[in-house]
Ligand binder design. Sequence first.
Ligand code: XIL
Length: 378
Amino acid sequence: MSEKITRRASLAGAVALPFALSGNAPAAEVGLDAVARGRGMRFGSALSARAQGASMDNPAYAALLRADCGLLVAENEMKWQHLRPAPGKFDFAAFDRIMAWGTANHMAVRGHNLLWQRRKWMPVWLEKYDFGARPARAAADILVEHITTVTKRYGKRIESYDVVNEAVTPETGALEETALSQAMGGTEATLDLAFRTAHAQAPHAELVYNDYMSWEPGNAAHRAGVLRLLEGFRRRGVPVHALGVQSHIVTAGPDTSGSARGYERNWRQFLDAVTGMGYRLLITELDVRDNGLPADPAVRDRGVADYARRYLDVMFSYPQLRDVVAWGLCDRFSWIGPFEPRPDKAARRPCPYDADYRAKPLRAAIAAAFARAPARGT
Ligand code: XIL
């Protein structure tokens, strides 16, 4: 471990980066993962296998990944919709390429995800599947086969999995259902089986429940539902080790420090309850939705950076948090634009680098937050 840290840190420190840096980023910037490692933490990003996208096949994007990341996650390629095109068929080609690139570049790769508890994001065939005369048994077989096949294939190369993604309905805090969990006869039984199977097949791996309950107002029911779910896992002795806090955070206006101050108390109560049950924390999908900020890129970037730095300061005060993954490094490819365009149609600026691969104040804010974070023990 320490050998790896030294190697990455010196690599990032010694090499002038092959892309333009702007704003308050100094010329020979140290990579974000290297800064994180100095605190016993790690930094990484999502990437895709689409050649023209946020991909290792895009040289400009690959340069950002190499410079800043020690940890990777496939934006889509491990999801059922991509990996499991038909009931009896797996297609590992795209994810395998990501894994091979990560290995060649000495980066860890997280698994995202083994079960997305949302109908919309599971394959269409599963919603229409005929589970037959013994539906609970048939559904369990499909789930166990899926998780066993994926975890066996990657073995010790994957040390951390988002086993279950987004099982709680934000508006009510109730559990989501899919065709699979209905056939199983209940969502709790489905989620428990997912974690127990992952633990049996990959006993070395960190098993994570991942969701987007966030610190902004309007998330109280979502947070309460996640707490109930996490309590239930503990009560039933289900092997769940950590909460993945997606961290798709959202600005509300120019007073970013006022917002952050206003949110901190409730958010800490939530995190205290989670860590009080013995769960570790991860930031799994960091980006910033630049709502309520003026279109002027310089003003917007400052607001985004300030808001993120305040959020990270709170998160980093929890020693249970070590890993931070950004949901993409470059504004050009971020999912936020298509998912929720700004009302004024200005291009979204949610990532550490702009559409031309130039570092933004958000990158400096992440570096500063790491540099200030209390060091984690080994
Ligand atoms: C998103 C991807 O970024 C998109 O490309 C895809 O169309 C939908 O999924 N929470 C998650 C991620 O757990 O998997 C989602 O990724 C974003 C929200």
